[in-house]
Design a protein around this ligand. Structure first.
Ligand code: PHE
Length: 336
């Protein structure tokens, strides 16, 4: 009988746990704890047993009864909670639409450029925004007294650092770490001392490209810029190079794309009817830059280019104010 009582409890508790509703639970209570239950029958027989067996069976019966009662209480509570949460759900209420985010226009353009250049075998490199003078200027063939520094005035940090004025810093950092050949792009934020207006901002974004190997030529630069232009602005896009000056490239150019108005609109607000839009700067890496990073300028040649992302986005989407990009106004950001 002792063994029977012990097994009874676990069988009954399992039945209770599986009960579907209050009615089933009440039936189980009557059946297992009521006057006619097996447990009560056993309890009534304890008095007739030899004295030595009574305490053990008495204790087992008491314990089984307790376990069953506990299981009944627990299940009753669980059923009540289920009923309450079901009645709190009103399926006739209108749905609540989750807030869907979107990538910022500049992030989208960043991803697009990465995919364009990965298709041409470029890796993506990264560099710090808080820089030192050496990587922003000196190593880029722009010594302290060079007039080109005037155009790149920026925020200076305590201890001699500065906020980078262009992504060309990453050219230096990559070449310092990597023997040639290198083929990288780098995208990120740059800073300059600008008075903020519709076309100027103290913080903006650039993409830098650098390709160094034996025998890299100006034709490679043109082909690469053209391939980028066509993917960014449409397959019919043409590229024009104009002579320019940068301390860290020689020869240097500025390049233009044909306008998205396709020369059709004499009063086009983007190209002012010229048919061309100024895009960015590029050139063949100056031998002095190779010397600064320990590359042999007699063995290697390379090209580099830098381009502002805001300008591209403004042309493509007809955005007329560069301040929009950093204002975090959702009405602007959500449009793209
Ligand atoms: N760093 C230059 C700028 O910001 C752009 C550039 C990059 C020009 C690479 C030539 C080569 O004005």
């Amino acid at each position: 009988m002792l063994e029977e009582v012990r097994q009874l409890a676990s069988v009954v508790v399992a039945e209770i746990t599986a009960a579907q509703d209050d009615k089933a639970l009440e039936a189980l209570r009557v059946h297992h704890l009521g006057r006619k239950s097996r447990l009560r029958q056993i309890a009534r027989q304890i008095g007739h047993l030899p004295a030595a067996q009574r305490p053990a069976l008495g204790e087992a019966t008491g314990r089984a009864q307790q376990a069953i009662q506990q299981a009944l209480d627990d299940k009753a509570l669980a059923l009540r909670q289920m009923a309450e949460s079901a009645s709190a759900l009103d399926v006739t209420l209108p749905g609540r639409r989750p807030l869907l985010g979107c990538a910022h226009l500049l992030s989208q353009l960043t991803d697009e450029l990465i995919s364009i250049f990965q298709g041409m075998g470029f890796d993506v490199a990264d560099g710090p925004e808080a820089e030192d003078e050496y990587h922003n200027f000196d190593a880029l063939n722009t010594p302290a007294d060079h007039p080109a520094r005037d155009l790149h005035d920026t925020f200076y940090l305590e201890g001699g650092g500065l906020m980078r004025t262009h992504t060309s810093t990453v050219q230096i950092r990559v070449m310092e770490q990597t023997p040639p050949p290198v083929r990288i792009i780098s995208l990120g934020r740059c800073y300059r001392k600008e008075t903020v207006d519709a076309t100027h901002h103290f913080a903006f974004h650039q993409i830098e490209g650098l390709y160094v190997d034996r025998g890299v030529s100006f034709a490679d630069l043109k082909g690469t810029i053209e391939a980028m232009g066509r993917q960014l602005m449409g397959a019919e896009t043409q590229v024009r190079f104009r002579p320019h000056f940068f301390p860290f490239t020689e020869p240097s150019v500025e390049y233009d794309f044909t306008c998205i108005c396709k020369r059709q609109r004499a009063n086009c607000s983007i190209c002012k009817g010229t048919g061309w839009i100024e895009i960015a700067g590029a050139g063949m890496v100056d031998p002095a830059v190779f010397t600064a990073v320990g590359y042999d300028p007699d063995e290697y040649t390379g090209f580099a280019f830098g381009m502002g992302l805001e300008r591209i986005a403004m042309i493509r989407h007809g955005i007329d104010d560069v301040r929009r990009f950093l204002e975090n106004d959702l009405r602007f950001i959500r449009q793209f």
